[in-house]
Design a protein around this ligand. Sequence first.
Ligand code: TYD
Length: 209
Amino acid sequence: MTRGRLIVLEGIDGSGTTTQTERLVEYLRQQGHTAVSTREPSAGPIGHLLREVLLGQHRMPGGVSVDGRTMALLFAADRIDHLQREIEPLLAAETDVVSDRYLMSSLVYQAEEADREWVALLARGVRPPDLTILLDIPVELAAQRRLLAGRPEERYDADSYLGRVADNYRRLARADASVVILDGSASRNEVTAAAVAAVRARFAFPATP
Ligand code: TYD
């Protein structure tokens, strides 16, 4: 039986993963595939809680933010929930799923706030994506884009933090042949063209007439 493909867009906040996720779904549909977009934190209960935590809505007494280990466990739990609730049923129904963030986000963001090896352990046995596309972009440009888009300040938005996350992304991507690195600082259309080319190459789509 054939299954859908799991394609993931990754990158630091402001790298354009949300836009390119939607555009890839559009492309897949144009090619005659059934495709849907999804994202992490997911639309499920743990994803909902995570979005509140990211916005600083659940402080400890004294204003201290939620511990990094707790974040790692919540993201890992949200992923299992996301897989069971949305991704697995869709893939089984031969639907392609394009996710705005997935496993790699945990490996690069939580590695900076909890023990790296323990974070990697939590990722063990989780379904790997069929293709991950990393949008690599300078931290300063990503910050400008977030500002222009009027996005609220979130937990991981400090340039110093995102600089380390960006390094982690590059390091992991270079060591993993299933990840394609694209220049996220290019125009939206250029990035979409490169992402489409990466999908076509990975899945050997026939040339369009
Ligand atoms: P983001 O993807 O920017 O979503 P929104 O557009 O709704 O703000 O925010 C999600 C944040 O969560 C982002 O800072 C990355 C972080 N994150 C992790 O730290 N670990 C994870 O496993 C995931 C999925 C996200």
